[in-house]
Write a protein that binds this ligand. Structure first.
Ligand SMILES: CCCCCCCC(=O)SCCNC(=O)CCNC(=O)[C@H](O)C(C)(C)COP(=O)(O)OP(=O)(O)OC[C@H]1O[C@@H](n2cnc3c(N)ncnc32)[C@H](O)[C@@H]1OP(=O)(O)O
Length: 198
């Protein structure tokens, strides 16, 4: 099934900064330490998630699952991002450019949009680390406001795994790494599908 979106490097709405960082990370993928998480992989994850049955939620009918929140905006107006995964280091990097529909204070990104992108990035990391998980909590500290249209780098890492619990920390920096915008700590819990199906 098509996402209706082209792969990221085709997007005209990307700023020069985002394109530059994207190509830097694609270079890091050449030795296999990092992998780019493609639109197809994102879509496959979303599709698999839609087929799960847990907490009395019935699986969705095949071919009737919507995109995740972050892909439901017209190109350039909402969440523009690309993610890279480092399996050995249990890390994820999300290059993120927030568009005008994500505005809070005039000219600045809404805090809800920022935490959405952080949460989604680390949910991909925790899911790739131990299987499907949900956010139990995410504690975010906003240190500096993020201008609409600027490019930020979200770094997420797994700090600790205790059975079904994955503890993660994350940060949001400017592309030049000089400004720390936000920091977060979070717990994701692996879905207990057996328990929820009973
Ligand atoms: C592929 C697409 C992915 C996109 C996902 C994007 C990320 C999201 O938006 S997820 C949506 C937001 N999150 C939610 O809606 C989750 C709502 N909460 C829940 O459903 C449940 O509380 C859930 C699944 C987190 C945990 O429930 P359950 O599986 O029954 O676990 P439960 O047995 O209660 O707890 C397991 C362990 O976690 C701990 N735990 C659970 N919640 C918390 C919490 N909030 N704080 C601290 N510890 C917690 C428990 O204490 C327990 O620890 P231990 O094993 O040491 O005793």
């Amino acid at each position: 099934m098509s996402t209706g979106r082209r792969e990221t490097w085709d997007r005209r709405c990307w700023s020069e900064d985002l394109r530059h960082l994207f190509h830097q990370f694609m270079k890091k993928c050449e030795d296999g330490s990092w992998t780019y998480i493609s639109e197809k992989e994102m879509l496959d994850l979303q599709k698999k998630a839609s087929e799960l049955s847990f907490q009395n939620v019935k699986p969705m009918k095949k071919k009737q699952f919507p995109s995740t929140l972050t892909r439901n905006f017209q190109e350039g107006l909402g969440f523009e991002y690309a993610m890279f995964y480092n399996k050995d280091e249990r890390r994820i990097v999300c290059l993120f450019q927030g568009g005008p529909l994500l505005q809070g204070f005039p000219g600045l990104l809404h805090g809800g949009a920022i935490v959405t992108m952080v949460d989604y990035s680390i949910s991909i990391l925790s899911t790739k680390t131990i299987g499907f998980t949900m956010t139990a909590y995410i504690n975010i500290t906003y240190k500096r406001p993020i201008p609409i249209g600027s490019v930020v780098v979200i770094n997420g890492q797994v700090d600790k795994i205790e059975e079904r619990k994955v503890f993660l920390s994350s940060s949001v920096h400017s592309a030049d790494e000089k400004t720390l915008y936000s920091e977060a700590t979070s717990l994701f819990v692996q879905l207990n599908l057996e328990k929820s199906e009973t």
